[in-house]
Structures are given as structure tokens and as C-alpha cells.
Design a protein around this ligand. Structure first.
Ligand code: UDX
Length: 478
């Protein structure tokens, strides 16, 4: 506790979940808080911390903020690679369990850290951080990494169960409407629920794994913006009275950097993967809106058969495409070798370009991009929205199932290809997105992009929310 009138800036500890899609947005939040003069400690499990600091530019970029430090939890921890798409839910469940074993180490860090920590911002996926912080008396503001629509549905699972709307009774039951999630009564089907709901048995631990991590709190940080999810934020505020909607974070950071430094100084961060920038040169030589960008995020995995359906669907569509095929994103054979067929290893001829990892924010903002075939990860969805790029959604797990339903049914920003992987459907949807229904989608994506950009300008909802968050953190340290 500091003395009244203290001019020492508050010290915030930020602790993201261990994955690209979790670390990246929280690093952006860390920079935003650093920019506003707060002292920030960015804590990670050792394997993430080591990867981060492999990049000299990351250290240089952040240590210019006074008091900024990277810190690690020196416990052994890693995220195993999924062998099959259906393994994802178990991997996440095990990870949540294993992270709890670091409670003791975390407690030591929180108690001994100098300067003392005034406030913690922790990923909602890690309930143990909230418990340890409570024990040592440090306030925590949870950071929800998924969309509000997904989070609200997760919170509503007990209500769905009580109404007898779960479990799902096999494949034939997937299109049944779920009527007990406030705000979604008319369009939410069983197949749109977060994947933890895809169980036959209510006692399956996967069903409640994420709900169990959720902690009650007065406050909550969401990387969304008011105009996008207002109808869902309303009921959510009955559970979390103080919600800070500060998305899209990359756009907010870009705008703040510009306004402070009066110049374009934002570069996207890609701390955990080596970016292949040759794709930008390739895009520079393509016609406006002629290329479909294809990427399924940082964790999802697909089978060899699914890969081939996408390959033939893309080839047969006769549209140009830039495709990210991440290492280990395809199932391996018995010898542990990825099952990438020869025709694909040779690469597409002049119509396509394949990379292992792209500078995605830059790609989506490129004038050559006309559509995005995506897995509906929440970061990717927001990046596509800001860039005004329509989407074909092929969700793989978790919140992606919900995001894709909202993209297609609620926001009308694209199409949902959920649970289907067929070359003919891929071909048809690509042509719909890029040609036949292009006008319709461009109208709605342009409108939403404008609202997203408005939210991060001075006086916009996300910009104001960030200011409130900073003021509230400052008041915690007095
Ligand atoms: C997962 C979930 O899907 C997501 O919904 C959840 O909120 C976080 O965990 P992930 O698979 O990583 O996330 O997807 P996404 O949330 O879209 O994040 C991927 C990030 O990697 C994006 O910021 C994207 O810009 C970046 N990326 C992806 C690249 O920079 N280059 C690439 O080639 C692919």
C-alpha cells in the first residue's frame, strides 16, 4: 500500500495463458498500460518466457517503458501437440489441471516481488491465479480471451443443463435449438455451443472444465467492442458489473501509438513464430481483392483427408489463395511424420502461395486480400473485422464454434462451414465469398470495420474503457 498522494506509478502484473492466441493480446494490453505510465511485469511459464526473449526486438520494444519487466514461473510446463483434432478438449483440460501445480511458485513470486504488485490481470483460463491472489490479498481483474458470446454461453451452461437441453443426443440432435441462453434464443443450435458441450454424458469432466475456472468478480476485461457485442454485454453485466471492453486490441494499440508519437510506429508482434514475409511480396503482385487468405490459427490440427478437401476445393475454385500451413498442423503417421501429400508439398502453381506462418495482421490489411477462410479464433475474427474482410468459418474447437455462428447469422460478415469438410462445399463457398455474394458481404464488413475503428479513436467506446481501466488500477494503488 502506498502513501496518499504517492506519485509512484501502480505496478500491474499481467499473466496470460500459455499460447500464441493468449500471449499476443495480453502483450498488447501490457504495451498499452506501459504507454500510460503504469509499471508492468509480464509473467509467463518458462517455455513461453524463453521463446519471447529469443527475440531481441521484443525486449528492446518493452524495456523502454520504465519499470517494465519480463518474469517467468520457472516450473516445467509445456503444451503437448494434439495428435488428432478430437484431442483438443482433453489437452486443454489437462493443461488447466497441470497449471494449478504452479500455485506455490506463483504465491512466492507475488509475495516477494519488488516493487510490490498492486493489481493482477490474469487470463480467465487460469482460475488458480485468482485463488492465489486472493490468498495474498492482491486484487485481480480477469481477462477473458474469448468472445463475449462464447463466454456468456459458457456461463450459461448450468442453466442449459437445468433446462434439460444438454447433453446432445448424437449427430441427429446437432441442429436442435438451444433456447436458454439469454440473447441467443432464436439462432443458437447444439452444434454452435462451445466444444466442451459436445459430450454424451453430463458427468464428463470436459463439460464443466472452463466453467470451473471462471471466478466471480466485480470487474472483467473483454477484447471486444460495444457495437459488436452489445446485446450480449448487457446480460453479462448482471454478473460482472464493471466490464472493460477494449477490443480490437491491435487497433487500439496502433491508434494510441499514432496519437502519442504522431507517426505510424506500430508493428504487429509475432513473438512465438518465425514470420515468412515473402508472402507480402507475392501479394504485392496480385490484383485488388483477388486473393483468399487461408489460416487456421496457432493450435488447431486437421487430418490428411481434411487437408486434401481444402486443397482440391481451393484449386477447383480457380481463385488465388495464400495458405498458412503451420508445422505440425496436420496429423502425423505412425513414424511421427506429418501426412502432407506430395502434390501439396510441391506447392501450388501460380494460383497459390503457401507459407508456414504469415504476418497475419498485415496480410489481412493488404489490398490484394478479398476473403479469409479461417478457424474463427477470436483474435483472427477481430483482425478480419477491422480489416473489413469477409470470412468463411471452419471452426475447430472451443469458442470458435460460437464465433462462427455470430459471424454468419448475427453480424452477417461471412459464411459458416462448421462440421463440413468437402471439396465441393469449399469450392462453392469460396466462389460465393469472392464473387457471387461479394457485394452483400462487402457492405456489412465495411460497416462493421468502420464501427471497430471508431471504437478505438479518442472518445470511442474501447478507448474510453481503457481509460477507465487505467484510472481504476491507479485508484487501487493509492
Ligand atoms: C485460440 C482460440 O481459437 C481463440 O479463439 C482463443 O481466444 C485463443 O486461443 P488461436 O488458434 O491461436 O487461438 O487463434 P486466434 O485467436 O485467431 O489467434 C491466432 C493469432 O495468431 C492471431 O493474432 C493471428 O494474427 C496470429 N497469426 C496466425 C499470425 O500472425 N500468423 C499466422 O500465420 C497465423
Amino acid at each position: 500500500m502506498k502513501q496518499q498522494g504517492s506519485i509512484i506509478p501502480p505496478h500491474v502484473l499481467i499473466f496470460p495463458g500459455p499460447g500464441q492466441g493468449h500471449v499476443n493480446p495480453m502483450l498488447k494490453l501490457a504495451e498499452l498500460l506501459g504507454l500510460s505510465g503504469l509499471k508492468v511485469t509480464f509473467l509467463n511459464f518458462q517455455f513461453i518466457h524463453d521463446q519471447l526473449l529469443l527475440h531481441a526486438d521484443i525486449e528492446a520494444r518493452f524495456t523502454k517503458y520504465p519499470g517494465f519487466q519480463f518474469k517467468k514461473i520457472p516450473d516445467r510446463m509445456s503444451v503437448p501437440r494434439a495428435e488428432r483434432p478430437e484431442d483438443m478438449a482433453d489437452i486443454i483440460k489437462d493443461l488447466i489441471e497441470r497449471m494449478k501445480t504452479s500455485s506455490k511458485t506463483l504465491k512466492k513470486i507475488l509475495v516477494e516481488n519488488s516493487p510490490p504488485i498492486d493489481c493482477i490481470i490474469a487470463d480467465m483460463l487460469m482460475g488458480f491465479v485468482h485463488d492465489v491472489a486472493k490468498e495474498v490479498g492482491i486484487p485481480v481483474i480477469p481477462f477473458e480471451n474469448a468472445s463475449s458470446c462464447s463466454f456468456w454461453t459458457v456461463l450459461s451452461i448450468p442453466r442449459i443443463i437445468a433446462a434439460g437441453e444438454l447433453p446432445i443426443k448424437g449427430n441427429q440432435d446437432m441442429d436442435r435449438l438451444i433456447t436458454t441462453v439469454p440473447g441467443m434464443e432464436t439462432f443458437l443450435r447444439c452444434r454452435d455451443l462451445p466444444t466442451c458441450c459436445r459430450v454424451n454424458d453430463l458427468a464428463d469432466p470436459k463439460l464443466l472444465m472452463i466453467t470451473n475456472e471462471t471466478r466471480e468478480s466485480q470487474a472483467l476485461i473483454l477484447k471486444t467492442f460495444e457495437d459488436l457485442e452489445a446485446p450480449i454485454l448487457c446480460p453479462l453485466r448482471t454478473r460482472y458489473p464493471k466490464i472493460y471492453t477494449i477490443g480490437p486490441l491491435h487497433e487500439l494499440l496502433k491508434t494510441k501509438l499514432r496519437s502519442i508519437k504522431k507517426q505510424e510506429s506500430y508493428s504487429s508482434l509475432n513473438p512465438l513464430w518465425e514470420v515468412d514475409r515473402t508472402c507480402i511480396t507475392w501479394l504485392d503482385n496480385q490484383a485488388s481483392h483477388s486473393v483468399l487468405y487461408v489460416s487456421f490459427g496457432s493450435i488447431a490440427i486437421m487430418t490428411r483427408e481434411q487437408l486434401m478437401e481444402f486443397w482440391y476445393g481451393l484449386e477447383n475454385s480457380k481463385k488465388k489463395f495464400l495458405w498458412v500451413i503451420r508445422p505440425y498442423s496436420v496429423t502425423t503417421n505412425d513414424d511421427g511424420v506429418e501426412e502432407i501429400p506430395e502434390e501439396l508439398q510441391e506447392g501450388p502453381k501460380e494460383r497459390g502461395y503457401i507459407v508456414k506462418w504469415a504476418p497475419q495482421e498485415e496480410v489481412l490489411a493488404h489490398k490484394a486480400i478479398g476473403g479469409f477462410l479461417a478457424h474463427s479464433g477470436w483474435n483472427s475474427t477481430l483482425e478480419s473485422i477491422v480489416a473489413g474482410v469477409p470470412m468463411i468459418c471452419w471452426p475447430c474447437f472451443g469458442d470458435q464454434q460460437m464465433n462462427s455462428r455470430f459471424v454468419s447469422e448475427v453480424w452477417k460478415l461471412g459464411m459458416d462451414m462448421k462440421d463440413v469438410c468437402d471439396r465441393k462445399v469449399v469450392e462453392k463457398m469460396v466462389n460465393d465469398l469472392m464473387v457471387d455474394r461479394r457485394e452483400e458481404f462487402v457492405k456489412s464488413t465495411a460497416r462493421m470495420a468502420e464501427l471497430a475503428r471508431k471504437s478505438v479513436t479518442e472518445g470511442g467506446s474501447s478507448s474510453c474503457s481503457l481509460e477507465h481501466l487505467i484510472q481504476d488500477i491507479k485508484s487501487m494503488s493509492i
